[in-house]
Design a protein around this ligand. Sequence first.
Ligand SMILES: Cc1ncc(COP(=O)(O)O)c(C=O)c1O
Length: 436
Amino acid sequence: MKNTPIPAEVVDKIVAESGIKEVGKASIREVKRLINQIEIESGKEFIRMEMGIPGLPACKVGVEAQIQALKNGVAALYPDIEGIPDLKKEAARFVKNFIDLDVNPENCIPTVGSMMGGMAGFMTFVRCRKGRDTTLFIDPGFPVQKQQHRVLGLKYETFDVYNFRGQKLRAKLESYLQKGNIHTIIYSNPNNPSWICFTEEELQIIGELANQYDVFVFEDLAYFGMDFRNDISKPGVAPFQPSVGKYTENYALLISGSKAFSYAGERIAIMVLSNKMFKREFPDLMPYFRMTQLGRAIIYGTVYAISSGVAHSAQYAMAAILKACNDGTYNYLDDVREYGEKAAIMKKLFTDNGFYIVYDKDGEKDLADGFYFTVAYPGMTSDELLHEFLYYGISAISLTTCGSERGEGLRACVSLTPRRQFPLLEERLKMFKANH
Ligand SMILES: Cc1ncc(COP(=O)(O)O)c(C=O)c1O
């Protein structure tokens, strides 16, 4: 038995008791629970890299506006389902200022996190056209969106984009789109879990094919602006958040309050439909929604049915945050740049100790340092590495649970690892290397 920071018998006992058959296939929440138990039993703290929770205080502008809204009595009142006017106005301004896309305020719909925005989108897009009943995931991706498909009984197809970057993406996408069953393509950008960011060339390919095959593109901007290689924090000034919206009008965006503004606890995001998408009429929507306009069907059909809108005070918070960004009085990226700086240090600790970065390039460029990175160890599968890390007091999630077809590597999230733990991480990685 090798000497490891956490005694093997403690880890093995807790894994056996957990009922989890293969640690590598466990969900994020299951891994979290397992680690909590190992920490309690062993008395040793883990380097926690499994969950994508913001590790920073919530945006102050939002908190203050929310408290004021509550004091003004909004808690007693149902909010408008389509969202409060100020939020819709500021969201449209934000989209113009930071993505350089023109959208009407009415197309900006608050949702209970991007989680609900995604769900509302899938539930509606799948009903637009009979026969188009399948979502295409450009993976790796956020596992919960597939869980949404499963609980809704919706179909999806997926491929790992690793081998299809650049021009190779066109033929790969066409091989799915030609079949005629895809209603929506979804991806996140920057990408959870790999932190790849699509290049303009790739976004253009996706947009052109969306036009050619008339499919929707659901662009999940959960990590808005957090490709720190470009500073997109200045309102109305290039560079902007790259978006497929430059190349097609068949887009819907998800802009989350959770990561860019550290507002995860209040569960708020904005779903933005292009002007064309919002107004488009689909007769096939009629039996489900009693209306045929897509934008109205989402608001008065789906969002109404799921939650009747979004918590009133959280809408005031988000409106104030977006207004401050738009007015240039608050630079949201200054608050979150810490993630990129930590990632650069943590990635080096791994690569110095024999690990390699799995998803490592965007075209010719090295990947940005940000909220997540991917690591693997030569000769070890994802599942083996994840399990082995438990003995070293390091937690992450397996890339295989995110639709990665590489079979190797883990997703590491930097947010919950404080800088004071870096020496401990280094010590454990050195020990790992020595033992392997
Ligand atoms: C790609 C992606 N989409 C959506 C979400 C969920 O965001 P929200 O907190 O706004 O529901 C996350 C959260 O981790 C994410 O990584």
